[in-house]
Design a protein around this ligand. Structure first.
Ligand SMILES: [Zn+2]
Length: 64
C-alpha cells in the first residue's frame, strides 16, 4: 500500500506525487511537468499548515 499523495503544482497545477513525511522534513519535490520544472517544498512557518492539511487528508481517508 502506497503512502504517497498528490498536491497541485503552484505554477502549472499539475499533480505532484509527494510523500507527506518527506515534505514535512523539508524535502523538495520536483514537478513532473518537464515544461514547468518547479519544485515544491515547505518552509518552517508553513509546516504547521501542512500538518493540519495532512490531518484533514487522513480524516478523509478514514471517512472513505
Ligand atoms: Zn508545475
Amino acid at each position: 500500500m502506497s503512502n504517497n499523495t498528490t498536491i497541485n503544482c503552484p505554477a502549472c497545477q499539475s499533480p505532484i506525487a509527494i510523500e507527506p513525511k518527506l515534505l514535512m522534513s523539508g524535502f523538495k519535490f520536483q514537478c513532473a511537468n518537464v515544461k514547468c520544472n518547479a519544485s515544491v517544498s515547505i518552509s518552517t512557518e508553513s509546516r504547521q499548515v501542512a500538518k493540519s492539511a495532512y490531518g484533514k487528508f487522513e480524516q478523509l481517508k478514514r471517512e472513505l
